[in-house]
Design a protein around this ligand. Structure first.
Ligand SMILES: *Cc1c(COP(=O)(O)O)cnc(C)c1O
Length: 456
């Protein structure tokens, strides 16, 4: 059968409030042209993020009822820890309330002012946590990532030649760790190959530098490897995930992504002494080491989600349904990052609105128009998110101007996606009349969350 079906049935629903175009014009103006400032109720299709927005299964809801809320050593903790160990393989597991808390602890322990953290592409909270500790967050995407149309299968890869140069120049005194983000979220949700993971691991270890994985979408990345990398077609995806982590010294994870949970995360390492220091901060900022910032029931939901996410029928559906949207856009001649990544569709706002210069924020302008057209909420990944140097206060154009439409897991059906495609098509038809945006006020760190904008 060629038809892709959602491999689940719906047994609980949430109504969507439908709004008119006139209402949406007013709503976005009241929200200062920042989709983050809209009330969720006023959004028809919410593609702001795939983070914490997944639909949990009957199994996971059932497991929540078993949650053990003992302060220390709860049964939920052991179920969580054993599941994490069985997939990720690290000796030390530290639960946190979400991914950025893991980053905050890791970089707080390892990064000192003047240090450099190379990554294929830092996610926004990862970059902010490196910079907050005085470090330089250095992005080293592979050259193929710059060509948004090429069908190179692993555009999430790190430029390993560039990494070798940086390592040779600065060494382990200035490089406290090297990170790979799988899949490469800010770089278009593109996967990283096992060959690249292995090579980054080799470079790191030859220089005596710890190698960490930002594991948020590890299952999608493993399934891309199965589909695209020679030699992996017949390997179970869970084995590919295990191999991935076997090359690393630790990882940070947001359970709000590839664990189907609404909250949660963890930090792993094989270094017991480092874990000891990390737990001391954990107790100060998150909670006791057997629950971190989470309730026992959250730990149980994550344990179930981590197993479900590796179901290959689910992953086939996940990758195919994202591809469905991207392929329709490509066929319509609408600029989008291709081939499709796992969790999101990235409209290329730079080419969608070529008459709007980077510091008039074409991605933000497109976000506003798509909300007005169809009540669809996406997020700019461009010069609003990355254009400000928080230390110098200088603004410069981001490498890419994108509008990310992230797809929550198991939440929307194909007809919702057809509606999204129609709305994008309508904005595309009137693109020449769309104007740029300016910032009215914004904070220094992570400004896209709370900035206020006006139309030019
Ligand atoms: C979401 C995400 C994070 C941060 O996780 P939170 O749970 O949102 O704090 C870090 N890295 C990547 C790649 C992410 O997608």
């Amino acid at each position: 059968m060629k038809t892709i079906i959602e491999p689940f049935r719906i047994k609980m629903v949430e109504p969507i409030k439908l709004t008119t175009r006139e209402e949406r014009e007013q709503l976005i103006e009241k929200a200062h042209f920042n989709p983050f400032l809209l009330a969720a109720e006023d959004v028809i299709i919410d593609l702001l993020t795939d983070s914490g927005t997944s639909a949990m299964s009957a199994e996971a809801w059932g497991a929540m009822m078993r949650g053990d809320e003992s302060y220390a050593g709860a049964r939920s903790w052991y179920r969580f820890r054993d599941t994490v160990k069985s997939i990720f393989g690290f000796e030390q597991v530290i639960p946190t309330h979400q991914g950025r808390a893991a980053e905050h602890i890791l970089f707080g322990v390892l990064v000192q002012p003047g240090m450099i953290v190379p990554n294929n592409t830092h996610f926004d909270t990862t970059r902010a946590n490196v910079e907050y500790n005085g470090g330089e967050a250095l992005d080293l995407p592979c050259a193929e990532a710059a060509d948004l149309d090429s069908d190179y299968p692993f555009k999430g890869n790190m430029d390993t030649a560039a990494l070798e140069k940086v390592v040779a120049e600065h060494g382990r005194e200035k490089i406290p760790l090297i990170m790979l983000t799988i899949t490469n979220n800010s770089g278009g949700g593109q996967p990283v190959s096992m060959a690249n993971i292995r090579e980054v691991s080799r470079i790191a270890h030859e220089a005596g530098i710890p190698f960490y994985i930002d594991a948020c979408r590890f299952a999608e990345n493993a399934h891309f490897i199965k589909r695209r990398e020679p030699g992996y077609a017949d390997k179970p995806t869970i084995e590919i995930a295990r191999e991935t982590f076997s090359y690393a010294d630790g990882c940070t994870m947001s359970a709000k992504k590839d664990a189907f949970a609404n909250i949660g995360g963890f930090l792993c390492t094989n270094d017991a002494e480092l874990a000891h220091r990390e737990r001391n901060i954990l107790i100060l900022t998150e909670g006791f080491p057997t629950y971190g910032g989470l309730a026992g029931r959250d730990l149980d939901a994550i344990a179930i989600g981590l197993c479900e996410i590796l179901d290959e029928h689910y992953l086939d559906y996940r990758l195919d349904s994202t591809k469905y949207v991207v392929n329709h856009l490509v066929d319509a001649g609408i600029p989008v990052i291709a081939p499709a990544g796992g969790h999101a569709v990235y409209l290329d706002a730079g080419r969608f609105l070529p008459h709007i210069e980077a510091l008039h924020y074409p991605g933000q302008a497109l976000a506003v128009e798509l909300f007005i057209e169809g009540g669809i909420r996406g997020v700019e990944i461009g010069s609003v998110m990355f254009g400000l140097d928080p230390h110098t206060g200088d603004e410069q154009a981001s490498r890419l101007e994108l509008l990310r439409l992230a797809i929550p897991r198991r939440v929307y059906t194909q007809s919702h996606m057809d509606y999204v495609l129609e709305a994008i098509g309508l904005v595309w038809e009137r693109r020449e009349s769309i104007r740029g945006i300016r910032i009215v006020e914004a904070p220094q760190f992570l400004r896209h969350f709370t900035a206020k904008f006006a139309r030019l």
